[in-house]
Design a protein around this ligand. Structure first.
Ligand code: SF4
Ligand code: FES
Length: 262
């Protein structure tokens, strides 16, 4: 199979970028999309040209590092599929493909198809962590977890932080990602003590990064390779209102000077 590739080449975030056209041949249907790029890069290296930079690690849909736009669609647009899981059998001989990095102010280009997604890390960090010694792991059944909570937490935990939701959103909103990371902990009994604080802090961190706001387009859900549901954004908004309301009520429940709650 022969392909024409228009690939975005850019040295770094401050350098101007542009599309460069390459032809690659000898591609077989059983190759993955990233293996097709490996073939191109071997050819470029043989000609002493700089290979195309693209991020990857697990190559099996787990780590979330491999995303970019293929013909304008995040991860190539196949439902529930990361770029590394995309097979070349979905393409035809002679196809022309345009490859470009996520386009979002919050994700500056590091090089070619690689962007800096550390804004996501800062949102997760804002959720807090515990570094105090807590002893050994508790017994598995010490805290009972309702089945529906376990299922929801598991569904949310599937988010791999790839950034496709941001790239597909016309507003480059990070609400689907943030809601998945938040709901993952907020539905569990173990997540209740810091629920309000975590919600306010993560939403505030999301606002401080250069992401836009959600206006219910739903593109995020459509391209998410882990099929994180839009409903999680509603749940996050619910938790935010709950947290802000309870914060507001805080002074009302302080002691009244007689050692009693007001
Ligand atoms: S919500 Fe989906 S598209 Fe967004 S970062 Fe998580 S896995 Fe990727
Ligand atoms: S390389 Fe890990 S999800 Fe694609």
């Amino acid at each position: 199979m022969n392909l024409n590739l228009h690939i975005w080449r850019q040295q770094n975030a401050s350098a101007p970028g542009g599309f460069v056209t390459y032809e690659v041949d000898g591609i077989t249907p059983d190759m993955s999309f990233l293996e097709m790029l490996d073939v191109l890069n071997e050819e470029l290296l043989a000609k002493r040209e700089a290979p195309v930079a693209f991020e990857h690690d697990c190559r099996e849909g787990i780590c979330g590092s491999c995303g970019f736009l293929i013909n304008g669609l995040a991860h190539g647009g196949r439902r529930g599929t990361t770029t590394c899981q995309l097979s070349m059998r979905f393409f035809k001989d002679g196809d022309t493909l345009t490859l470009e990095p996520w386009r979002a102010r919050a994700f500056p280009v590091i090089r070619d198809l690689v962007v800096d997604r550390s804004a996501f890390d800062r949102i997760i960090q804002a959720g807090g962590f515990i570094s105090a010694p807590t002893g050994s792991a508790p017994d598995a059944n010490a805290v009972l977890v309702p089945k529906d909570a376990a299922d929801t937490a598991f569904e949310a935990a599937a988010c791999i932080g790839c950034g496709a939701c941001v790239a597909a959103c016309p507003n480059t909103s990070a609400m689907l990602f943030t809601s998945a990371k938040l709901i993952h902990l907020n539905v569990l009994p173990q997540g209740q003590p810091q629920r309000d604080q975590r919600t306010v802090n993560m939403v505030a961190a999301m606002k401080e990064e250069l992401f836009g706001s959600c206006t219910n387009h739903g593109e995020c859900e459509a391209v998410c390779p882990k099929e994180i549901p839009l409903e999680f954004i509603g749940r996050m908004n619910h938790d935010l209102m709950r947290a802000v309301f309870r914060r507001h009520r805080e002074p009302l429940s302080s002691t009244n000077g007689h050692g009693r709650r007001a």
